[in-house]
Design a binder for this molecule. Structure first.
Ligand code: ADE
Length: 316
């Protein structure tokens, strides 16, 4: 298995995970708050939803997959103690479709009367060299990860947050050295990083904070299972690329999101928190084969010295 295929793990985090471990935040922190988490039925989104619920929030989880949403909602509901005002409501929505996003936001407002938090976690991509990405594939990834996020932000803002304030967190990816092997999602996530900054400024006057979280390689049992027999090795091979020499888990992303949504982050906006143990500062996972495709460096004393360094004259 090549390191190239390991690269896709940097967003593979989006597959399933089980419920969050116990939150470090104070019980009841988000009592009577209302959150929408896109992609909330699986992986990082599910961990975020579970922690918000644990902290008393009413969470609307949304994705295209109704059955998965229902199952995740059922699982999370079972852990809500009778004394908690928390709830989990699955609402299907294709974020690529602006009318469906408008429908989602208006349903939430009808049912709950407010939207305090929007977590844009829904996304999707596929691994492919850029030269093989079709126009349809490119558009699908950009429409979901970038345009879908924009639709959700815009609608939550115009329909509620503009008048009442709120907090938005966008989940992006480790694309800081480009994203070879998944150029489409790298481009979309980098655009969302920039969108986060624009909206933080444009919407500051409404009391809206907008931030992003960029996870490193995040392991979950079900993410591993999604890769079938390749899964265990893919995750194992990525461990040396983490300065922590271990992989992250979805609960390490959800705690950061809860922090950004909480009053502890009341002065933070337009920021992107890398939650990657420094992975993005460390080795690239992408391998470049040996080649001689570049022209030689310009002639001169430095090239001569360089050649002598690399090919010292034989002493024989
Ligand atoms: N997650 C992945 N793709 C999605 C989409 N189009 N709408 C909502 N959630 C998604």
């Amino acid at each position: 298995m090549s390191l190239q295929s390991v690269c896709c793990l940097k967003v593979a985090a989006a597959a399933d995970s089980s419920m969050a471990a116990s939150s470090v935040f104070r019980p009841g922190l988000f009592n009577h708050k209302v959150a929408i988490v896109t992609g909330g039925g699986s992986g990082i989104g599910k961990a975020i939803s579970a922690e918000l619920v644990e902290l008393g929030c009413s969470v609307v989880i949304s994705s295209r997959k109704t059955e998965r949403l229902e199952a995740a909602a059922q699982e999370m509901r079972q852990k809500i103690p009778p004394s908690s005002p928390a709830s989990v409501t699955p609402l299907p929505c294709n974020i690529r479709n602006e009318d469906e996003v408008k429908g989602l936001i208006s349903s939430v407002l009808k049912q709950f009367g407010r939207i305090d938090f929007l977590v844009n976690n829904g996304g999707g991509q596929f691994s492919s060299p850029a030269e093989n990405v079709s126009s349809k594939g490119w558009k699908a990834v950009i429409d979901t990860n970038l345009t879908g996020t924009f639709y959700c932000c815009k609608e939550a803002y115009t329909a509620w947050m503009k008048q009442h304030g709120g907090v938005i967190v966008n989940i992006i990816a480790d694309m800081w050295k480009g994203f070879p092997g998944m150029a489409h999602t790298g481009a979309a996530r980098a655009a969302v990083d920039n969108l986060t900054k624009s909206l933080a400024i444009e919407w500051a006057h409404s009391g809206v904070r907008v931030n992003a979280v960029a996870p490193g390689t995040i392991f979950s049992k079900t993410a591993m299972e999604n890769y079938k027999e390749l899964g265990p090795n893919l995750f194992k091979m990525s461990v040396p690329f983490s300065p922590a020499k271990r992989l992250g888990v979805p609960e390490e992303i959800s705690s950061t999101v809860c922090f950004l949504l909480s009053p502890a982050a009341s002065y933070i906006s337009g920021a992107t928190l890398k939650v990657d143990a420094g992975q993005s500062l460390y080795h690239s996972m992408w391998e470049i084969p040996n080649h001689s495709a570049w022209p030689e460096a310009p002639e001169g004393e430095n090239l001569k010295a360089l050649k002598e360094l690399l090919n010292p004259p034989s002493k024989l």
